[in-house]
Design a protein. Structure first.
Ligand SMILES: [Zn+2]
Length: 339
């Protein structure tokens, strides 16, 4: 009898434990709920063109559409595409941007070399096609500042030789070529002095306001490589000295990569266009002490931790505390109206 009662009690306990397992929710502690989440896409490079090598231009559109649907279900606060959303000719823009507009949240653009050369086929600037005022800009969400750089500002592929910017670009490129630098490639580009000054000022302002910063660019800047921005060192040095940058994120090199130096993460996302049957995109979840990169398809998932650092410019310690809640009003003018 005693044995039966024991079994009855054990059975009741089992049901409770099972129910607890089935219906348990994720604990809502500060470490399990991200302060904010954003979506990242790199190198969609859609074109109505035959595949070439590992680039499947036509397949990219369906992948992009699936990704946008997935982002709408996950509801990140914003999405950023890291450049080269199109390829070949200007007719590639319309179907691609129509899909990007289906996002139910602000959607930002980084200009890539293919965006610039594709827009050029219709004698337009990439900013005109993408509906943005300028290639470099910044915006804020929940105490985090996001800075977008324009790596196509100095280029040799669309700027007319009569333009002073071409002379600057040519000088920068030739200097690298003389040094035998691997990024002395005509399809890379550089940022102007004006943009560098703007960038430095934005980071100084962020450091003073005790904001943490994530920088988005099209080209990698560290370590050295053939895909790097021409003046990668200048951007790298500004980031290093700022004391407020947590990560630099880019596309352009479709293979992707991850590096870490002096407390700053350098994350190159894989290109969506690559391979016959796989996609690549990610959600980045920001916690007080780390970024959780949730990779989809070929993009690996990673945990990128960060610590407080003194800001050499402002002399202020950067706090680990960032406010959550409503979006900052200053979300920038460059977010595409997605509705
Ligand atoms: Zn590119």
């Amino acid at each position: 009898m005693k044995f039966r009662r024991f079994f009855f009690i054990f059975h009741i306990f089992s049901i409770f434990i099972l129910a607890g397992t089935l219906y348990a929710k994720e604990p809502t502690t500060s470490t399990s709920t991200p302060q904010l989440t954003f979506g990242v896409i790199a190198d969609v490079q859609y074109a109505d063109a035959e595949s070439r090598g590992t680039r499947y231009y036509r397949k990219s559109l369906k992948r992009f559409e699936d990704c946008v649907r997935d982002f709408n279900s996950h509801k990140p606060v914003f999405v950023v595409q890291l450049g080269d959303i199109v390829d070949h000719d200007s007719t590639s823009f319309e179907p691609t941007l129509a899909i990007y507009k289906k996002l139910n949240m602000p959607a930002y653009h980084v200009i890539g070399n293919h965006d610039a050369s594709t827009a050029f086929t219709a004698n337009k600037t990439p900013a005109e096609y993408l509906g943005i005022k300028k290639g470099y800009y910044d915006f804020v969400y929940s105490g985090w500042r996001f800075v977008v750089l324009d790596a196509t500002e100095l280029n040799l592929f669309i700027t007319p030789a009569s333009n002073p910017a071409y002379v600057q670009a040519k000088a920068m490129y030739e200097e690298l070529r003389k040094k035998g630098a691997s990024n002395a490639q005509p399809w890379n580009g550089g940022v102007s002095n004006d943009q560098l000054v703007w960038f430095k000022n934005i980071l100084a302002k962020a450091a003073k306001a005790q904001e943490k910063v994530i920088v988005f660019g099209h080209n990698p800047i560290w370590p050295q490589g053939s895909h790097n921005l021409w003046n990668d060192h200048e951007v790298f040095n500004i980031i290093e000295k700022s004391g407020c940058v947590v990560a630099y994120m880019n596309g352009h090199n479709h293979q992707g990569s991850y590096h870490h130096k002096n407390g700053i993460h350098y994350l190159n996302f894989q290109g969506m266009i690559e391979t016959a049957d796989t996609t690549a995109y990610a959600l980045v979840k920001i916690y007080p002490d780390r970024l959780e990169v949730v990779g989809y398809g070929r993009e690996p998932s990673r945990t990128l931790t960060f610590v407080n650092r003194e800001s050499p410019e402002s002399g202020l310690p950067l706090s680990n505390e960032t406010k959550t809640g409503s979006l900052d009003k200053d979300i920038g003018n460059n977010a595409m109206k997605s509705k």
